[in-house]
Design a protein around this ligand. Sequence first.
Ligand SMILES: Nc1ncnc2c1ncn2[C@@H]1O[C@H](COP(=O)(O)OP(=O)(O)OP(=O)(O)O)[C@@H](O)[C@H]1O
Ligand SMILES: [Mg+2]
Length: 599
Amino acid sequence: MSPKKTPVKKSSKKKSSKKAKKNTQKSARKKSSRTKTRRQADLFSDPRSKKKDAGSRKKASKKTRKSSKAPSARSQPVDGTAEKLATKQKDISVSEFFAKNRHLLGFDSPARALLTTVREAIDNSLDACEEASILPDLFLEVKAIAVDHHRIIMRDNGPGIVRDQLPRIFARLLYGSKFHARKQTRGQQGIGISAAGMYGTLTTGKPMRIVSRTSRRKPAIELILTMDMAKNQPVVRKENEIDVDWGHGTEVQIDLEGTYKKGKHSIDSFLDQVALANPHLQLEYLSPGDKKPTIYNRVTKSLPEPPMEILPHPHGVELGLLMQMLKDTSARTVSGFMCQEFCRVTQNVVRKISDETEGLGRRIDTNRHPGRISAKDAKILHKAIAQTRIMAPPTNCLSPIGEDLMSKSLRRNFEPELVITVTRQPTVYRGNPFQVEAGIAWGGELPGDDLASIFRFANRVPLQYEQGACAITNAIVNSPWRNYEVQQARGALPTGPLAILVHIASVWVPFTSESKKAVAHYEEILKEMRLAIMEAGRKLATHLRRKRRIADAERKKDYIKTYIPQIGIALQNILDLSDRQRTTTENKLADVLERSRKM
Ligand SMILES: Nc1ncnc2c1ncn2[C@@H]1O[C@H](COP(=O)(O)OP(=O)(O)OP(=O)(O)O)[C@@H](O)[C@H]1O
Ligand SMILES: [Mg+2]
């Protein structure tokens, strides 16, 4: 919309003196500057309010002309403005921030909110069980209170949680045991379950109910909890000791505004995938309206290899962090600091790093106190670390699914004709060890004309949203499927009776956001994913080529077989055979053909 022009007063012809001319020019200049200001203001205004504004602007323009000066024309702020503005500065509580930006945590629609809550509860239960070396036996109920109001009840047989920790775990954001631990876990951020509880209370007004029991010898503790969002602190509304019929574990109950849906992004599909990536899981699931629970039976009774916690690798540390660590360490020498705070650093490695510092212009004495290392020296030390060859971090902090179990899970879920699984060797991005696995299920019941079904996993957790934004999808799309006898349109997923599973296991999965929906596009990660997919793809190609060769040979043989009686007659005529000899020859020919078919 063009800005409304203020009509220019026609100057009287009679007033043709010099003064009048000057006045006209001056007022035109003023008007043009007003128009410009308005045009700029229009850029930021709501287009719907422009009509209304145009009318009121006429009236206002008269007033403005009378009033002293427009604020934009002032070159000096009024005394005390900064002080007045300073009174408006406030701390922002993390819970208030995430309550406003709930979409960042996956609560952007009622359907997603329900799924996110289930996911956070399942992740925590599985993590807790594995950490305590307990085979997970979980119970999940999603109960419809109204169409857009559901209750989630999640119970696990984990180690339980001590009374003191319960309020903070469930009603304080950024509180947890996994953020600082450098080992593979489903949870990372210390936000998940408390954010779900906060969302539930915000949308339904109902508090969370937590029951936890740490041993058969102790009673279960029941807490009714809400969160004080301004302070990001828990508020215990009620506390009881109660009787439960289970020995140890935790039960979480959250009421929330959420809608239950079927389909690709449903809780049911999520649980199918959880079972796929967690073959050791036993789960009983009662969906809304169902009287009979769905049972997911475990495929194996052995728990995944427990991941060990590791120290950071020196190659992954950034300069600022290195400086902070030098300040905070309890070590008395740089050499002690390096060996104590990082993995794969020995005295020999420290010597090499020190030698490198010499090449960078200043040898840093590794016997110095870490606190006395200046910013300039820290920079040299950081560069020297980067230039020194250091063994890759240990990989016992990772717990991949493994080729065998991945294969079993894929067979159970799809009953395909062929399953191929690949587990790559662990490698490192930004000092974080990670490992990629890929699985392909081909044929069977899988639909032949559709795009491949993609199953993305990060630390055994299915990723259901933002497929297009995920590094896994990128790696699949950018693999040369046509070389593997699979159709693929340019820039698209491959087409065929094909399900592709990709799992990244890492001590820190780089998600694109806090809602943990998609993996970020780190070059090292993309490369590993493509290598895993290509390795599986090559094996698929071998199978498909062999299958095609056999089919071709079959076709040829069937063709020849139709002419065996004619060949028999021709041979009888040429060689003067009896009818019996002709039949024997025909049988022999059919036999030879049959034997070559079996070869
Ligand atoms: N069912 C449970 N049993 C035992 N401990 C639990 C359970 N649920 C949560 N916890 C503990 O509470 C902590 C906080 O859980 P929360 O889901 O908020 O964060 P997180 O799992 O650490 O990270 P993320 O935000 O990525 O989920 C966890 O780190 C874990 O130590
Ligand atoms: Mg969690």
